[in-house]
Design a protein around this ligand. Sequence first.
Ligand SMILES: O=P(O)(O)OC[C@H]1O[C@](O)(COP(=O)(O)O)[C@@H](O)[C@@H]1O
Length: 242
Amino acid sequence: MEESYLGNYIVVFDPLDGLSNIDDAVSTGSIFGIYSPNDECLADVDDVATLGNVEQRCVVNVCQPGNNLLAAGYCMYLSSVIFVITFGKGVFAFTLDPIFEEFVLTQEKIRIPKAGKIYSFNEGNYQLWDDKLKKYIDDLKDPGPSGKPYSARYIGSLVGDFHRTLLYGGIYGYPSDKESKNGKLRLLYEYAPMSFIVEQAGGKGSDGHNRVLDIQQTEIHQRVPLYIGSTEEVEKLEKYLA
Ligand SMILES: O=P(O)(O)OC[C@H]1O[C@](O)(COP(=O)(O)O)[C@@H](O)[C@@H]1O
């Protein structure tokens, strides 16, 4: 009976991301990731004394690095409903056709541009950031010889901000503040799935120093800073933070 809890897959998800956008009808979304059960945990499946109850074993099962993801995706609810998924062989987008009530493949093998001049950060938090990050943001606003600085775009809804970044390139960031060293958003069911998707599209997901998919989860609601998007843009930011 207990083993049926474990099943064949472990699914992690953020059922409704961007809740604060519901009343004003700005984009919201759902994010998910799918893992295999953790072998180490399964070996001890009957050892209740070691691993505690079924719920505790489930916690062990979900605390895996994003590197182990088998599939990840999100659904974005807006003027159209977009479903994006990867099984580790490219990224595909489907759009809901409300007449036929089916999702229709609208983009296959999505590739994120290598670079892109859009940055997506909540700059209201600027004074909370460390000086290296402030310098990076200040430099993005410098028009330079081309006379054209980066553009700022921020919905405040991860799925929407990520989807734009995936299609147009650039960088999305939710940094830590100086005090906490943690970001706001969650590694397990927000950043790891998004990082898996962005890597499958040729981009990069980083906590500023390390690849997000290599980070070992230590708790379910673990928070980390995230910088995600075009490879060149994420690497540029990593140099500022080094
Ligand atoms: O308002 P902030 O601090 O910029 O945070 C925005 C971020 O918070 C979120 O809305 C998640 O918050 P919730 O967990 O409360 O839904 C993300 O979708 C978004 O990227």
